[in-house]
Design a binder for this molecule. Sequence first.
Ligand SMILES: NC(=O)c1ccc[n+]([C@@H]2O[C@H](COP(=O)([O-])OP(=O)(O)OC[C@H]3O[C@@H](n4cnc5c(N)ncnc54)[C@H](OP(=O)(O)O)[C@@H]3O)[C@@H](O)[C@H]2O)c1
Length: 266
Amino acid sequence: MYALITGASKGIGKAMAEELAARQYNLVLVARSAQELQNLAKELTQKYNINVLYYPADLSVPNVATQIRDWCVDNQLDISILINNAGYGLWGWFEKLTLDEQRNMMQLNMNAVVDITYLLLPILRATTTKTNQPAYIMNVASTAAYQAVPTLSLYAATKAFIVSFTRGLRFELQDSPVSVTCLSPGATDTNFADRAKMGEGLKATAEKYNMSPTEVAKIAINGMFNKDAEVVPGFINSLSVKMTYFSPKSLIEKIAAGIYIKHLEK
Ligand SMILES: NC(=O)c1ccc[n+]([C@@H]2O[C@H](COP(=O)([O-])OP(=O)(O)OC[C@H]3O[C@@H](n4cnc5c(N)ncnc54)[C@H](OP(=O)(O)O)[C@@H]3O)[C@@H](O)[C@H]2O)c1
């Protein structure tokens, strides 16, 4: 059986690919950089003696999900795990970031997740019928999803969308053999901060709390197989999410703004 992971070329997605490879899952790796995917496929095939395929694609381009679905069907892949991990953030004042780059982020963080989930769900269901084994979907949100985050306003909103969509879908599929989980990592040592164009001050703050992608991946995959609704790796991250349930929104936003705006003005 295959696990299809988006954003598998680096960071948390790459670590989740390795975690599943170690559990003897065959893999389909999706991301933009063909060379990184090819290298990873070769490495994991040799190390774990599994089948690793890769599909280089820019998921922010509309209709790419249809091409991926068609390719999976043509290759008769029994996919039992779908991990929607590809995503990125943009740090800055909403007014100063370009509308094009913000639209691109929304396309990747939200629309691509919806498209791939919708189009691959029939394949996951067919695999469960064929194998009599459960299937799993895991969508990657963020601890930023649980409150507004000034200067990461739109990114946080895209991840709030993921939490809500994932929980709703999980409820709809509760009597089916497909389990749905939301993963919400906090600061993790990946390319994320660079792609979000975070300054050195903010990166230094994040580094104090960073988890490693390998740690996050292990907790995430365990949570997915445990059929958890939401997985928030790390004690501090989990505590910070719980605090948002009980604290006034204005207070939590002020704390978030304190961290992010302070560094933006430097
Ligand atoms: N790191 C953190 O602190 C953190 C915290 C909370 C949540 N997250 C979330 O975790 C997920 C993984 O991020 P990461 O931290 O591992 O960041 P990362 O190291 O930048 O990895 C992002 C992955 O997504 C792929 N990707 C980016 N744009 C893409 C596109 N248009 N089409 C296809 N693939 C694309 C990248 O590969 P290519 O560049 O090869 O396309 C890469 O494999 C994201 O959804 C992110 O929002 C991260």
